[in-house]
Design a protein around this ligand. Structure first.
Ligand SMILES: [Mn+2]
Length: 316
């Protein structure tokens, strides 16, 4: 499959790279890292990165504005996006050929060529692997590619903390830091938080609820977010905070937005992406998201999560 993707890259003069909505560092890292590799390797080709920009990730990359016409006869590559409906910039199917590169479970195998590796910590890790594999056939690398891919790996592994971090992840990261970029700057920009978010974090730590079977939850209403002056997208950054609570197996944040309540699920063992799918979502086995439409429904999610944790404990 990788061979076919490389052939497509050689063949097309215009390559447009997409990623998922609500981007994270791996979305930007894999998208931008691949773009930098392709620009470095094929200076004569037109390489674009598109999507709605996320202000807090401007430090990683600024994206291109392109006309619909640019898609004529183009190769479109989508990074880090499990389902077609989560692809940012709906024009992804206007090109001549569509490629999916991702590390989430392949529930929606959209595209003419699909390369999915669920053992990879991140799509950024896959992009670096791709470069290594085709380096001998002409792929080039750069400091900027290294910075982006490193940021993506760090983001998706929670700074090499999550179980998705493998020997390969460490070894690639070890190679990436040999390039010329400031790790300190990457970390500072990725992890510094606005004061109001830090204060909301205090609220999270004071107000989470412990349920049966090692489940914890926290509900954030629109009023609460307004009081703290925090956007829902910023609030969801705090979900990992409950991972340190003793005895917790899985936990969930409910964050109220204009027209829905976003559900952020995390786990230390019980597989939760099936539950997420039941509530219009999906994701990784241990980190997933969904959407619900009432606070009543949030209680159903909590009950389901308790049940998952009970089954998990029995199986253990
Ligand atoms: Mn990812």
């Amino acid at each position: 499959m990788k061979e076919k993707i490389f052939e497509a890259m050689l063949k097309y003069d215009t390559i447009i790279i997409h990623r998922h909505v609500r981007p994270d560092p791996d979305a930007y890292g894999s998208q931008g890292g691949l773009a930098e590799i392709l620009k470095e390797s094929f200076p004569e080709k037109n390489i674009y990165t598109v999507g709605t920009e996320e202000e807090s990730l401007h430090f990683l990359r600024r994206l291109d504005n392109i006309d619909d016409d640019t898609y004529n006869g183009a190769l479109v590559i989508v990074c880090d996006t499990a389902n077609a409906e989560r692809i940012c910039d709906r024009r992804y199917d206007l090109g001549e050929m569509l490629v999916k590169i991702d590390h989430h479970p392949n529930e929606d195998p959209y595209g003419d060529l699909v390369w999915v590796d669920t053992t990879a910590s991140s799509t950024s890790e896959m992009i670096y692997e791709f470069y290594k594999e085709f380096n001998a056939q002409g792929l080039q690398f750069s400091d900027e590619a290294a910075r982006l891919l490193y940021a993506g790996i760090v983001g998706d592994t929670g700074r090499f903390l999550f179980p998705s971090t493998t020997e390969k992840t460490f070894s690639y990261a070890g190679e990436l830091i040999l390039y010329n970029f400031s790790r300190t700057e990457v970390y500072d920009k990725m992890y510094e938080l606005p004061p109001q978010v830090v204060k909301l974090n205090g609220y999270v730590l004071q107000n989470f609820t412990i349920h049966k079977n090692g489940v914890a939850s926290l509900k954030m209403t629109k009023e609460l977010l307004e009081k703290y002056g925090v956007r829902p997208s910023q609030a969801s950054l705090l979900v990992s905070e409950l991972g340190n609570v003793q005895g917790i197996k899985a936990w969930v944040f409910f964050i109220e937005e204009e027209d829905q309540i976003r559900v952020r699920l995390r786990s230390k063992g019980p597989v939760i992406n099936g539950l997420a799918r039941e509530y219009r979502g999906g994701g990784h086995p241990l980190a997933a998201g969904a959407s619900i439409h009432s606070w009543e429904e949030s209680n159903h999610v909590i009950r389901s999560l308790e049940e998952l944790c009970r089954e998990y404990a029995v199986r253990d």
